[in-house]
Design a protein around this ligand. Structure first.
Ligand code: AMP
Length: 281
């Protein structure tokens, strides 16, 4: 395993890989790695000759400075977790290295998908995600890049980004990894105390409720019941919507496939999760 912190190191390594005709896989992360990240990284390792994992807490995608400050940072533990995986390059730049002052960037219009769900509640978030992923794709030039379905809307926006800037990368969406009790793994879970973690289980309970009742009762009723499951556990819902998997527009009637997307505040921690809900009808 090699660890690089400068763009120049990556550029030189990339040139060498091109000479060797090695296929590169890429997994962008913000660190505080858990089994969800590890599933992406292991899949990338099994499908590519070399894999780059970036670890960078991207200030541009945080719309609240308190959230940025509180975000867990644990590079040494992250490196220890990855130690032993072969053909792995870690790219852990600082902010100046990630965003050189003289590096131009033309923002991409996010369109309607950028206004919905996370876009409506975290102004500037996706603009920041697009900025960093654009720079990382341009620098690393992977053939394949791996993203979690846990960040469902982000994955849709990354697919747009790939087309918009013409990267031609194979974007691979990976299933959400959950703890045994259903909680979607997240670096933010580290900030939950024992009681809050218990309360947070209401999110996956609500998603399972929607998934199990898709097509059985009117959509609005199922949505209302899902909301009350979360609220009864003491969480504050930012949104709970049942949406079209491609456009992310709200559904008013069940169709074959929809995704239930939730953002809720548990204690001081904002959690998101989603589940594909297929109609039995
Ligand atoms: P983050 O470090 O939170 O920016 O996440 C880095 C990548 O890991 C993103 O593509 C996430 O969607 C993905 N990811 C985070 N949590 C999970 C999870 N529980 N299961 C699968 N992928 C995940």
């Amino acid at each position: 395993m090699q660890t690089f912190v400068t763009r120049q190191e990556i550029i030189e390594w990339r040139q060498q890989m091109r000479g060797d005709q090695k296929q590169i896989g890429f997994v962008p992360t913000m660190g505080a790695l858990h089994q969800g990240h590890l599933a992406l990284i292991k899949r990338a390792c099994s499908e590519n000759a070399e894999v780059v994992v970036s670890i960078f807490v991207n200030p541009k995608q945080f719309n609240q400075s308190a959230d940025l400050q509180a975000y867990p940072r644990m590079l040494e533990a992250d490196l220890a977790l990855l130690n032993g995986l072969e053909n792995l390059v870690i790219f852990a730049p600082d902010e100046e290295e990630m965003y050189p002052k003289d590096l131009p960037f033309s923002p991409m219009p996010l369109g309607r998908i950028g206004e919905l769900l996370e876009g409506a509640h975290r102004p500037g978030h996706f603009e920041g995600v697009v900025h960093v992923v654009h720079h990382l794709f341009a620098l690393i030039q992977p053939q394949k890049a791996y993203f979690g379905q846990k960040d469902f809307q982000q994955l849709a926006i990354i697919r747009l980004l790939n087309t918009y800037y013409g990267f031609g990368i194979d974007i691979i969406g990976c299933e959400t990894v959950r703890d045994a009790d259903g909680l979607a793994m997240s670096s933010r879970n580290l900030r939950l105390n024992a009681q809050e973690r218990q309360n947070a289980l209401a999110i996956s309970r609500a998603l399972h409720y929607v998934s199990n009742n898709t097509g059985k009762y009117p959509l609005d009723k199922v949505k209302q019941e899902a909301r009350s499951i979360i609220e009864q556990a003491g969480l504050a819902i930012e949104y709970l919507e049942i949406v079209d998997p491609l456009t992310l527009e709200n559904r008013s009637q069940w169709q074959q496939e929809q995704v239930c997307c939730v953002a809720a505040i548990c204690g001081e921690v904002r959690l998101i999760d989603n589940m594909l809900c297929e109609s039995v009808l």
